[in-house]
Design a protein around this ligand. Structure first.
Ligand code: RB5
Length: 146
């Protein structure tokens, strides 16, 4: 299951990403918001990030105007590795090297087509050390967690 959330700036892009998830047969939980009425992004970031950190969701996708507020807030939740991506190279690396479990997107920065491509690559890319308990990327991530 994918936990997905946005603030008022990200509703349209979130709906496009939900459509992508549906087309791929992926299950999701939508943590809101669903209108353009102004809301506070930390509340939505926390709800989705908590779902990932607790194991209820495998991964999360967060959208706000820039993606910055959502990523800052999500990364305050222990166990969350949220990557703000505005390009496909970073999306791939965020999975291969950082095993990011939450993707943040900026709806006012990244166009819909690119945002969807970023999401696809991020969903499809495996962590390089998935089968290597002694891999360097796994070691580095462990040092972040403390
Ligand atoms: C809302 O105006 C905007 O601040 C928010 O969507 C986001 O960009 C914050 O980081």
């Amino acid at each position: 299951m994918i936990a997905i959330a946005c603030d008022h700036a990200g509703v349209e892009l979130k709906n496009s990403i939900i459509q992508l998830l549906r087309e791929r047969g992926l299950t999701y939980t939508d943590f809101g918001t669903n209108t353009r009425e102004s809301v506070d992004y930390p509340d939505y970031a926390k709800a989705a990030a908590d779902a990932v950190a607790s194991g209820h969701a495998e991964r999360g996708i967060l959208i706000c105007g820039t993606g910055i507020g959502m990523s800052i807030a999500a990364n305050k939740v222990r166990g969350i590795r949220c990557a703000l991506c505005g390009d496909v190279f970073s999306a791939e690396a965020a999975r291969r090297h950082n095993d990011s479990n939450v993707l943040a997107l900026g709806a006012r920065v990244t166009g819909e087509g690119l945002a969807l491509k970023i999401t696809e690559v991020w969903l499809d890319t495996r962590f390089d050390d998935a089968d290597d308990p002694n891999g360097r990327h796994r070691r580095r991530i462990a040092r972040i967690e403390g």
